[in-house]
Design a binder for this molecule. Structure first.
Ligand code: SF4
Ligand code: SF4
Length: 255
């Protein structure tokens, strides 16, 4: 039987999600055996042209080069998966979008003029191409990657998480760190899928899986944390570290 052709690509990001694949020590050989890998930047210098059955795309679109690369990948691929929070939400490089101009940020941070390189305002990949499925996380969860790949190999669409971290936190019966310790947990408005790792350790969620699409009420979360004495600037900065430029429908009436 012909093996599906798999491509794993990077745009602008830290390549931590590709590293998560390489860290899948128990599953890596099985994975490699089931696919014909045509591109895997962090794993091999081998590259092939031609069609791709499944493309994982990590990183945000932050340069004209990224954008050209992304469009080429989309044209070649039957299924395109946004892989990690830079790809799904823009992540840290999109954190200040909308606050100042790109030209000003390039000057403030790098001391260069806008034409120094082919920079674009950092955006999640869905802003430019159709995305068939998203695997969020900074970095992605290995279990979620394995489940998604298994579904795809069976011809099924992988399941995402449409509910927030609080749901998993309650399922594990962890004490709520907002209620118990007044910590500024973002669990009510952040995608589940990590088994509420941080509250399980007594820590507040800092939102590394990005904003949950459904079932959250950010205006209520904001008001609750304001009532506890946190400033709006602190809350928004914390949320935008991994969530980039938040969509208006997520913010609702909150901002
Ligand atoms: S600790 Fe955080 S994730 Fe857990 S229930 Fe409280 S707010 Fe939700
Ligand atoms: S920061 Fe939040 S989403 Fe990320 S691992 Fe911790 S609990 Fe999960």
């Amino acid at each position: 039987m012909t093996k599906p052709r798999l491509g794993i690509f990077s745009l602008t990001g830290c390549a931590g999600d590709q590293l998560q694949i390489l860290n899948m020590e128990d599953e890596l050989l099985n994975l490699v055996a089931r696919f014909h890998i045509v591109d895997f930047q962090e794993g091999s210098s081998h590259k092939e042209s031609g069609p791709i059955d499944i493309a994982f795309v990590e990183g945000s679109v932050s340069t004209e080069t990224d954008l050209r690369h992304l469009k080429e990948i989309r044209e070649r691929s039957s299924v395109l998966i946004a892989f990690g929070n830079c790809a799904t939400d823009g992540c840290v490089q999109a954190m200040r979008n909308g606050e100042t101009t790109l030209a000003q940020r390039l000057k403030d941070v790098y001391g260069v003029e806008p034409d120094y390189y082919d920079a674009l305002e950092s955006k999640p990949i869905r802003e430019y191409v159709k995305v068939d499925f998203s695997i969020p996380g900074c970095p992605v969860e290995k279990d979620e990657v394995v489940k998604a790949i298994t579904s795809l190999l069976h011809g099924d669409s992988p399941l995402g998480y449409s509910y927030p971290v609080c749901v998993e936190c309650k399922l594990h019966e962890y004490p709520c760190v907002i209620v118990e310790d007044n910590k500024p947990c973002l669990g009510p408005v952040v995608r589940a899928g990590c088994e509420a790792r941080c509250p399980g350790l007594g820590l507040d969620c800092i939102g590394c899986r990005g904003p949950v699409e459904d079932g959250s009420n950010f205006a209520a979360e904001l008001q609750m944390l304001l009532d506890k004495g946190y400033t709006e600037e602190f809350i928004m900065n914390r949320l935008r570290i991994f969530s980039g430029e938040l969509p208006e429908d997520f913010l609702g009436g909150a901002k």
